[in-house]
Design a protein around this ligand. Structure first.
Ligand SMILES: Cc1cc2nc3c(=O)[nH]c(=O)nc-3n(C[C@H](O)[C@H](O)[C@H](O)COP(=O)(O)O)c2cc1C
Length: 151
């Protein structure tokens, strides 16, 4: 099984920590949406898509990459994120909808809290300082192990 993780992590590299922990378990290649072409994504059997949550959705470049993909029937995908407010059913909805429209089978979703100093939060040192922490990353590794078993 060939696995790829495409991610964006611009605020504090919170999501990058999660992406790398998962990639170690899945032996997955790591890339950014602006570094990979849609036809290259097609070479993989399993693709993880993740980013920080910016204004209640994944990063626009990730959403754009998915929009540019051809039909992906028979391919598996998983979604992940880090966020100031960890509400995955809400934060993941835009990406999930686009992946389903492309024909991906979504095999799992993971999210955890991430250090957030956006806007006025910077005045109080932000929220979730220290996250993702080792416990969050251990959860991410266990999630990836489950994905590896079913994919
Ligand atoms: C411009 C901006 C907008 C954000 N919007 C949200 C949001 O709508 N909901 C939320 O829970 N967190 C929000 N956050 C917090 C980030 O999702 C959180 O810090 C995340 O862990 C950042 O991941 P990163 O370090 O990988 O970029 C926002 C952060 C930034 C910088």
């Amino acid at each position: 099984m060939r696995a790829l993780i495409v991610y964006v992590s611009i605020h504090h590299k919170n999501t990058e920590k999660v992406a790398k922990a998962m990639a170690d378990v899945l032996n997955a290649d790591l890339s950014k949406p602006w570094k990979i072409k849609p036809e290259e994504v097609m070479e993989y059997d399993l693709v993880g898509f993740g980013s920080g949550i910016y204004w209640w959705r994944h990063h626009w470049a990730l959403l754009k990459l998915v929009e540019d993909l051809p039909r992906m029937e028979g391919k598996k995908a998983f979604i992940f994120s880090t966020a100031g407010m960890n509400i995955p059913w809400y934060n993941h909805r835009a990406l999930k909808k686009r992946l389903k429209e492309k024909g991906f089978e979504i095999v799992g979703e993971f999210s955890c809290r991430g250090w957030d100093t956006n806007g006025w939060l910077s005045r109080i040192g932000g929220i979730n300082r220290g996250h993702p922490n080792e416990r969050d990353l251990e959860r991410a590794r266990r999630f990836a192990e489950r994905i590896r078993m079913i994919a």
